[in-house]
Design a binder for this molecule. Structure first.
Ligand SMILES: [Zn+2]
Ligand SMILES: [Zn+2]
Length: 106
């Protein structure tokens, strides 16, 4: 008997993103200010580790110090803080490159 190892896809595929630099990786969300050249801060809703397991409803997320300031003034993510952050979609690898840069590892 042949065992078909393919998992049912469902919306799991939506969790992956094609990155210009990396192969298809899990998606991550960061504010428009985060990049892999300049240190701008790295605020996360939860401590992330590369290759960690994520719940279906979880995604890697991060934003910079400026966005954190706005978020604290607003008290939450709302139209104003989100408009400031302009969250963009990147891949998991890029996310951790930015994290390492901002936290001064490597
Ligand atoms: Zn920002
Ligand atoms: Zn990437």
């Amino acid at each position: 008997m042949k065992n078909n190892e393919q998992e049912p896809v469902g919306n799991k595929e939506d969790k992956y993103v094609e990155c210009g630099e990396h192969q298809s990786m899990r998606r991550a969300f960061v504010c428009q200010h985060l990049n892999n050249k300049t240190v701008v801060g790295f605020e996360e809703p939860f401590e992330s580790v590369e290759n960690m397991e994520l719940d279906d409803e979880e995604d890697f997320q991060a934003w910079c110090f400026e966005c954190e300031k706005v978020r604290q003034i607003e008290g939450e993510w709302n139209d104003r803080s989100e408009a400031f952050a302009k969250i963009k979609l990147i891949c998991e690898k890029c996310f951790f490159e930015m994290k390492q840069l901002n936290l001064g590892h490597k």
